[in-house]
Design a protein around this ligand. Sequence first.
Ligand code: PAF
Length: 285
Amino acid sequence: MQLFHSITPLQQTLAEHRRHGRRIAVVPTMGGLHAGHIALVDAARQHADIVVATIFVNPLQFSANEDLTRYPRTLDADRQKLEEAGCDLLFAPDVATLYPDGLKGLTHVHVPTVSEGLCGARRPGHFDGVSTVVSLIFHLILPDVAFFGEKDFQQLAVIRKMVRDLHFNIEIVGVPTVRNDDGLALSSRNDYLSHAESEMASLLYRTLQDLKIRLEEGALPDEAIRECLETLTAHGFKPDYLELRRTSDLGEVTQRTHDAILLVAAYLGTTRLIDNIRVALPVHA
Ligand code: PAF
């Protein structure tokens, strides 16, 4: 695997691959790689001749009180995992390479509607930071196809809309969430959990599974969701939100919505966990 920290040699290498007609995939990450990221690389290898992973802890998507400084930075270990997964190129720029004029006054990409509510409401500016850096990565790498995890379902919806609205000629592939044996969705932030918190964390997914069953059996969403929030709170979680949305665009569910998704964000200690599960709602005549 070739490692690049700067833009020009990366682009020269990619241009050479493109000249040979090779299909290029990108897997954007912030490092701290786990089996969920490797599943993205595996999927990318199925779809393309050349797989480029990026590792960049993007300051634009963290607000002042968030975990930018403590976010895991494990380049050597990440590099080895990518190498073993058969990744071809790794682009790991520093902040000055991607944002040479600094962050102040930087052009932003804002994707309305799907970025509002849920994590967008709790983390103001977060999705502008994500869509800005992802569009930058797309412009630099010019991939044919890009891979993102479904755990960050709202992020995936934001990127899909951005790609449609701005006519990026890039296929976006969502890859199913990878979980521990106990159901906890893998996340670089799981490293922050204490031993006791790790044992409790899987309750988040179990709660989603129970709620899914109840909703598919016809339970009233507001009431069932309120009860689940109470359960999570009783077990030490501080829920940010637990909401049922339309899968296609994260809009409000109506009586006619069948394909829905439950999305949750909750703190356990100082760690913010997110997860989601699809729900096939009974459709009322
Ligand atoms: O999901 C992530 O790791 C990040 O939000 C992304 C897409 C790499 C942008 O920084």
